[in-house]
Design a protein around this ligand. Sequence first.
Ligand code: BG6
Length: 454
Amino acid sequence: MKRILFVIFGGTGDLAGRKLLPALSKLQTDRENPIDLSIIAIARRDHTDASYLREMEEHAPASFDLGILEKRISYFKMDVTNPQAYGDLKKRIDDVTGRTDLCLYYLALSPELFTSAASNLAAVGLIEKGNKQNRVIFEKPFGTDLESAIRINQGLSSVLDEDQIYRIDHYLGKEMIQNLMMVRFGNRIFEDSWNNTSIRSIRIVVKEKEGILGRGSYYDRAGALKDMVQSHLLQMLSLVAMDVPLSYHSEDVKNEKSTVLDNLSFDPSACHFGQYDGYLDEKNVKENSSTETFVRLKAHVDTPRFKGVPIYLTTGKKLSVKESYIMVEFEVTSEQRKWNLPLKTNKLYIRIAPLDGVGLALNSKVIGSRDEVEEVELEYCAACKAFGNVPEAYERLLRDAMDGHKTLFARWDEIEKSWRHIEIIKTNQKKPFVYKDEEDLRKQIAKNKKEVVF
Ligand code: BG6
């Protein structure tokens, strides 16, 4: 059985309690791929091992039992900016773990600390360049802008090889994002139609009901563009618009995704930025902040396959519901064009939240009528079939990092190109309008343009 040491920097953060520890508890109980985990959680606050676990149990979703980690977790109080503290960390690691087959360091830290933390780990011999038994996972965002991302990457290259670096984007671990490739490439009906002769438009939508949930000091510097578009939405766009890869190996898939980013552009006249009413009253948000909590962008991918197809990216907080999906809208049929029939366009939905699934909207005759048409939806609810037990994204990603599989992690060139796009969008960014709710938002966008809202 593989003995694995998992060290969490940012151990008292929201991510550790809500996602990482629940995912680790599932992996520890997985009978098919048994592992022997030791976890060290690092943060600045005072805690005993027991009080730490109790606090994390409060954050974890009710369906997870963190109790099974009890004998496996140890808490270590440390200031990660202090290089001397890393020697003590090494001692603690030597004390709590014996022989290990693999050490994973998860840096759920602000990106400014990535390089120094990795260099300090290297200085005390906890990581060693070229030794694949030491891997470091970097929580998103990888950088705060293009310049800082380049600086971080250069800094890391002196202590880690690329195959020891895992840049996480949890959307890539979601079941339906992986299913997107299966739906595209595993179905003959989409093989010939996944292009600009058959596809009319694409929408990628991530709506959230919640606001910024107390993360003002981070979010006010990021906004929706850096928090969501740079990572999750551009990753989804690359997967939807890429060409068929040479193989499904990590590098071939990433080459195609990267080509999409090379050919991507945004239409500045069709970009909208909003800020929810009440954002300025959130804790740690600057007075008069013009940070956007909503964006709607219109993009084009100038490849032979997708030239001319508008791709709308929409994401925002404090909207009516939590809902994420990709919608591919197909062109009307030639019959429809010829006779101007009252038909709707066909649509393929890849549903990501709240329930994972796939939907297809078709035209169908109304039963019993002579020729009346209605739009019917064929729906497959993956989450219902798996009785709500669709594996969590982090579970999949941590397992892949343990197994050394990098397909679901972002490669450096993808990150760099995404940041370049964000910089360009930001140079044209308008001051956000204030929206009260989703209806108000839709009205404000529709007022300016007679085009698809979202
Ligand atoms: C995170 C963002 O990466 O993704 C958050 O930082 C956002 O602001 C979250 O709420 C959304 O993820 P999910 O999986 O809940 O859709």
